[in-house]
Design a protein around this ligand. Structure first.
Ligand SMILES: Nc1ncnc2c1ncn2[C@@H]1O[C@H](COP(=O)(O)OP(=O)(O)OP(=O)(O)O)[C@@H](O)[C@H]1O
Length: 872
């Protein structure tokens, strides 16, 4: 198998032939010229600058042994410096104390160190930046790439073509000819010495994601000397991921309207100790605080960077403090895991951003270091300095972590390296098992315990590995035959990490203070408007219609309820703020017992509650308060009362007019209805009068009929008696001369009537047959005269005043009018209750006879049988 050509080959040559060097120390941070004179004057690489401590030692300790296998010697023949002990103990701190910066975030006012498109200069960004590259592309899975280090030796791996993403062990190097040689597929497979395509493929998206607000992690994993540091840091010719990422950070800022605060930190984990590469050597080791996904490092020095040159300085300082040593495989092997982190905080630009910076930052709006810094400034923010959300502009926070892991390695000939190697291998092993469990859990939906706590590295990476980060891993391999085992192990690790599931989210910090302030302002504004409305109300109400007045009162009610709502929101925000603040040192005395603290908390809560009640009560009072304050002058009050009285009178008039107008149509309707019904009423009255008259007439008629009936009955009785007597005397049918019956008659000529056939009874019966019978008033019945027969119940509805033609009344003369042959009868004769007398031509006894037939009417009427008095 031919060796892998480097791209371009001349570069590989240049890189491989480079002599390690220490970068030039920035003048600003190095005050001791004698120290700087110790350092080589030219520099081509950032990597593994020999620490100041090491240099100092170098002066004192003569004759360091050359590590066997070190590929290169220094040009002066001296051996590479290898720190053998932690640099803090026994180090000359006075020499190292210069290694500090005024850009320490605790000394900088974040508001003065903001970076935005105005402050970013062309030199801060890559010359070949394409804005279209600055768009985010989300990743739910870890992006896994493999970078194969160029070599001139025979390689054991088959790399089919440049576009292929599969790497396969050549069969002749397989463990056994029976087993298939291992084959791996990745997202990217990169060869050559060009760092730019590596950055573009494996890191650019993640850098942009970090700028968009997602935590992002890029780390290099691989065997020692396989090219991790070359990939992450690179050199002047081939800058690696870190410098390229930082240039893209500024390029991104150049193309947005947000303002940024960038804070860098640089640490290393060496033999399970976390060391702050930017802090003075005497500083306390960094501790991992918190637990689970909420872990942070403390104390940790963070440097604010505002341009690329400040980033470069930070990197140089950190690199200078990194532990490197010659190993059997790498002249300057990283003996620790290094983590370069940038905390990116951003918010929308405020209105006066640029003008403020122009004033304070000098030419082109760029802040000078002195202009930005406020020595001794330390905002009282729990958890350290950070960008504050302002005027309702929330702050977005994310972290970009660029990690160069220590190389896994086999046992080395050096004792110290062996000890380091153990730690390195242990932490890498832990990383491996953490990744395996994460992958397993993701694949099988399990939630097995993940051993994050087994190493500082995994514990520190826990938030990112738990899913809340976008991760890219570059696995570097040495393709040579001698490194098959390590390369296979690296590729297997890469294969596993590919399965880890991610779910990164953005973190937004809301500006509660600004929110509360905004609410307060709004409440003030609403109250002012409410007050104005209340003042104008009497005057306005005169002008407004009823409808508009209703709208007006609704608007005032709305204002009131909005005030109430905002007050509640303020209370809630304050409570949340209080709860989320982890105990301000200003307010809480930590020497207090838990009981006392609890009491404090309770009383604080009670106070908040009572304030809430007070606010609500005040709101109610505000709503119900009179239009004038109690201490207003009497004249004002009188004026108001007068105005209100006037308004009331006006309202009364309005109401009356309204009612009047409303009554008018009703009156018209009533009149119409009345006139219409008056006619009907008149007709009805007339009809009633007629009916009354008719009824009166009926009554009279009835009376008459009754009398007539009585008389007739009397007549009948008298006649019956008379006829019986007459018959008894044997005078029936004798042909008597005309009889004149008159009570006043004194003389009746003797001319007795001739007897009729059947006698008087027959005549009476005949008359009875044709007799008219008068029934009740309301239903006049004509019985015997009815054409339907004597017993027919046919009603005769006609008025008795207008007798029916069907009756025989008109043909039937009244008995009173009828004149009998020989007997004359007159109605007036029956008017009185005098005895009916008949003058019969009898002998001398006739007078006594006449006397004996006198009959009282009342005795006759109502008797069922003929009441014939006995002849005396
Ligand atoms: N792709 C590459 N092209 C050219 N040179 C490379 C490449 N990768 C690595 N090198 C060179 O190989 C040497 C070792 O590389 P590097 O120091 O980056 O390895 P490492 O993985 O960081 O090792 P360690 O784990 O020991 O720190 C360096 O001199 C570096 O310049």
């Amino acid at each position: 198998m031919p060796p892998i050509p480097a791209t371009p080959s001349s570069k590989l040559k240049a890189v491989s032939s480079k002599i390690p060097f220490t970068p030039r120390r920035p003048a600003s941070v190095i005050s001791d010229t004698s120290t700087s004179s110790l350092l080589p004057s030219t520099t081509k690489r950032y990597k593994a600058a020999i620490s100041t401590e090491s240099k100092h030692r170098a002066k004192q300790i003569a004759g360091l042994t050359i590590v066997p296998g070190s590929p290169t010697k220094k040009s002066d023949g001296s051996k590479p410096m290898t720190p053998t002990t932690p640099r803090r103990n026994g180090a000359d701190d006075s020499l190292l104390s210069v290694n500090t910066s005024e850009m320490d975030v605790s000394r900088v006012d974040p508001e003065e160190a903001l970076v935005d498109f105005e402050t970013v200069e062309a030199g801060d960004i890559s010359a070949d930046i394409d804005p279209s590259m600055l768009s985010e592309s989300g990743q739910d899975r870890v992006l896994v790439s493999v970078r194969v280090k160029p070599t001139s030796n025979t390689i054991a791996w088959n790399l089919p073509s440049s576009s292929s993403k599969t790497i396969k062990l050549n069969p002749q190097y397989a463990k056994s000819s029976n087993t298939a040689p291992p084959e791996f597929h990745f997202d990217e497979l990169i060869t050559g010495s060009e760092n730019k395509p590596v950055y573009n493929k494996v890191a650019r998206n993640h850098v942009i994601s970090a700028m968009e607000g997602y935590n992002s992690v890029v780390f290099a994993y691989g065997q020692t000397a396989s090219g991790k540091t070359f990939t992450l840091t690179g050199d002047d010719d081939q800058p690696g991921i870190i410098p390229r990422a930082m240039r893209d950070v500024f390029a991104y800022i150049k193309h947005t309207t947000r303002e940024y605060l960038l804070r860098c930190s640089y640490i290393e984990i060496y033999n399970e100790t976390i060391i702050d590469l930017l802090a003075p050597p005497s500083s306390q080791p960094v501790q991992i605080q918190g637990s689970g996904p909420n872990v942070w490092l403390s104390p940790l020095r963070e440097e604010v960077v505002t341009n690329f040159s400040s980033v470069k300085k930070v990197l140089e300082r950190g690199d200078a403090n990194r532990r490197t040593a010659s190993t059997d495989w790498n002249e300057r092997s990283s003996r620790s895991h290094s983590v370069f982190r940038v905390v990116i905080e951003s918010r929308e630009r405020g209105n006066g951003s640029s003008s403020r910076k122009d004033e304070e930052g000098g030419a082109n709006g760029r802040m000078t270091p002195t202009g930005r810094m406020t020595p001794g400034f330390r905002p009282q923010t729990p958890g350290g300095t950070r960008l504050q959300s302002r005027d309702g502009r929330s702050v977005q926070t994310s972290m970009l972590s660029l990690i160069d892991l220590a190389g896994s390695e086999k046992a080395t000939s050096d004792k110290e390296r062996t000890r380091e190697g153990k730690y390195i291998n242990t932490s890498l092993l832990t990383l491996g098992s953490v990744i395996s469990t994460l992958a397993e859990n993701a694949a099988k939906g399990k939630s097995d315990h993940i051993p994050f706590r087994n190493s500082k590295l995994t514990r520190m990476l826990q938030p990112s590995l738990s899913g809340n980060a976008r991760i890219s891993v570059v696995c570097t391999i040495n393709p040579e035959v001698s490194a098959i085992v390590e390369s296979t192990s690296t590729l297997q690790f890469a294969q596993r990490i590919k399965k880890v599931q991610l779910n990164a989210t953005k973190k937004e910090i809301v500006d509660t203070e600004a929110l509360i302030e905004r609410y307060r302002n709004e409440i003030e504004d609403l109250k002012r408007r409410l007050e104005e409305k209340e003042k104008e109300a009497p005057a306005r109400s005169r002008r407004l219609s009823a409808r508009e007045q209703m709208d007006e009162s609704k608007a005032m009610k709305d204002l009131n309820s909005r005030i109430k709502q905002l007050t509640r929101l303020i209370l809630t925000s304050q409570t949340v703020e209080e709860a989320s603040r982890p105990g301000s040192p200003v307010k809480i005395d930590f020497d207090m017992s838990p009981y006392q603290l609890q009491q404090e908390l309770l009383s604080a809560r009670r106070e908040i509650e009572s304030q809430g009640v007070q606010i609500l009560a005040l709101e109610n009072a505000l709503r119900d308060r009179p239009l004038l304050p109690p201490d207003a002058p009497e004249s004002e009050k009188d004026k108001l009362i007068m105005e209100q009285g006037k308004t009331m009178r006006e309202l009364e008039i309005v109401v009356k007019g309204y009612e009047d107008n409303l009554g008018e149509p009703l009156r018209a309707v009533r009149e119409d209805v009345e006139s219409e019904w008056q006619v009907k009423l008149d007709e009805e009255i007339k009809r009633r009068q007629e009916k009354e008259a008719w009824a009166d007439e009926l009554v009279k008629q009835l009376e008459r009929e009754k009398k007539m009936r009585v008389k007739l009955e009397n007549e009948r009785q008298a006649l019956a008696a008379f006829v019986s007597k007459f018959d008894a005397l044997g005078l029936g049918g004798l042909g008597l001369p005309s009889i004149s019956i008159s009570p006043t008659s004194t003389f009746i000529p003797f001319n007795p009537p001739k007897p009729t056939p059947g006698g008087a009874n027959a005549i009476f019966a005949e008359r009875q047959k044709n007799r008219l019978v008068v029934g009740p008033l309301e239903s006049l019945k004509i019985a015997e005269t009815n054409e339907h027969g004597p017993n027919s119940n046919v009603n005769v509805t006609e008025s008795p005043l207008r007798p029916s033609t069907k009756t025989k009344m008109e043909n039937q003369p009244s008995l009173l009018e009828e004149e009998w042959e020989g007997v004359s009868m007159h109605a007036e004769d029956f008017e009185s209750e005098a005895m009916v007398t008949a003058t019969v031509p009898v002998k001398e006894k006739r007078g006594s006879f006449l006397k004996t037939i006198g009959v009282e009417v009342k005795d006759v009427f109502g008797m069922g049988k003929e009441n014939v008095p006995a002849t005396s």
